[in-house]
Design a protein around this ligand. Structure first.
Ligand code: DHB
Ligand code: FE
Length: 288
């Protein structure tokens, strides 16, 4: 049977990818951020999964605002890297895991999460930057296949944090019921506090971010109890991306070990963080 082996939460700021693509990671602006990733990257290089389930949001690059699914899963054989206006990032295409994708769609729909199925999808910075954070030197191919799980965090009303946490639990159960013997990692992407436009553009709330970084390990229920308005008020209009970390946390078991975390302000307009958890569970998910 498949196992969930670790969970990684990370910001997905586009300029983190651009700094890597343009060899600027040693520049004074970027070096502290990338130094903070180092212990996690060393651990991840030793713990490669077969498949990464990456919970992310498309930023109107592949899914325009004509039709916005609340929750969706990609089921393709492969995913092209999206051109977001500056050409495609010079990173490998993303290999899919269609059998696992189809299994997750079926299991989640049977668990009353009415998932949209996406058969063709270009993946934007929301997915490729987290892959680069984990695997800075992929060469010709990423080290694992990917199942994209998409969450609407850009158009009101976003799903509640409680629903995202519940989705994560159902996702963890669905992964563990896949009959192939696969090591599966789960990424939760986006955050931490940031707001890109409007009167509060540039908002950073370190107090809230540090509370969230702590609670995502030991008290995710408290984070799931916050309303979408709480997230927007405390973390900003784009900081609500943090609800995707709760999908990742829900998929892990109760027994997790924090391998590493780091918090850095700013990366572009964002409070950037990474938190890596090994799943020590016995194959059981957290209680429903
Ligand atoms: C930035 C952050 C994001 O999460 C994003 O999707 C786009 C831009 C930023 O801080 O520049
Ligand atoms: Fe984003």
């Amino acid at each position: 049977m498949a196992r969930v082996v670790w969970g990684l939460a990370t910001s997905h700021v586009p300029s983190i990818g651009a700094a890597m693509d343009n060899h600027k990671t040693e520049d004074p602006y970027w070096k502290p951020l990338f130094d903070g990733y180092e212990p996690a990257r060393r651990w991840l290089a030793e713990h490669k999964p077969d498949v990464a389930v990456i919970v992310y949001n498309d930023h109107a690059n592949s899914i325009d605002l004509d039709m916005v699914p609340t929750f969706a899963i990609g089921t393709a054989e492969s995913y092209a890297v999206a051109d977001e206006g500056w050409g495609r990032r010079p990173v490998p295409p993303v290999k899919g895991a269609p059998e696992l994708s189809e299994h997750l769609v079926t299991e989640l729909i049977d668990s009353s999460f009415d998932i949209t199925t996406i058969h063709r999808l270009d993946v934007d910075h929301g997915l490729t930057v987290p892959l680069s954070v984990a695997y800075p030197d992929p060469g010709q191919a990423w080290p694992c296949a990917v199942v994209p799980v998409l969450v609407n965090v850009i158009q009101y009303p976003q799903p509640t944090a409680a629903r995202c946490y519940a989705l994560g639990k159902a996702l963890g159960r669905a992964i563990r019921s896949f009959p192939q013997d696969l090591k599966v990692a789960v990424f939760g992407t986006g955050g931490m506090s940031h707001q890109l436009a409007g009167a509060r553009a540039g908002l950073i709330n370190e107090r809230f971010d540090r509370m969230f970084l702590e609670a995502v390990e030991g008290d995710p229920e408290a984070l799931a109890a916050l309303s979408r308005e709480d997230y927007v008020r405390e973390a900003g209009t784009e900081g609500i991306e943090l609800i995707m970390w709760l999908v990742m946390r829900g998929a892990l078991s109760d027994k997790i070990l924090r391998v590493h975390d780091t918090y850095h302000v700013p990366a572009s307009n964002t409070a950037a963080a990474l938190a890596l958890f090994e799943d020590l569970g016995d194959g059981e998910g957290a209680p429903a």
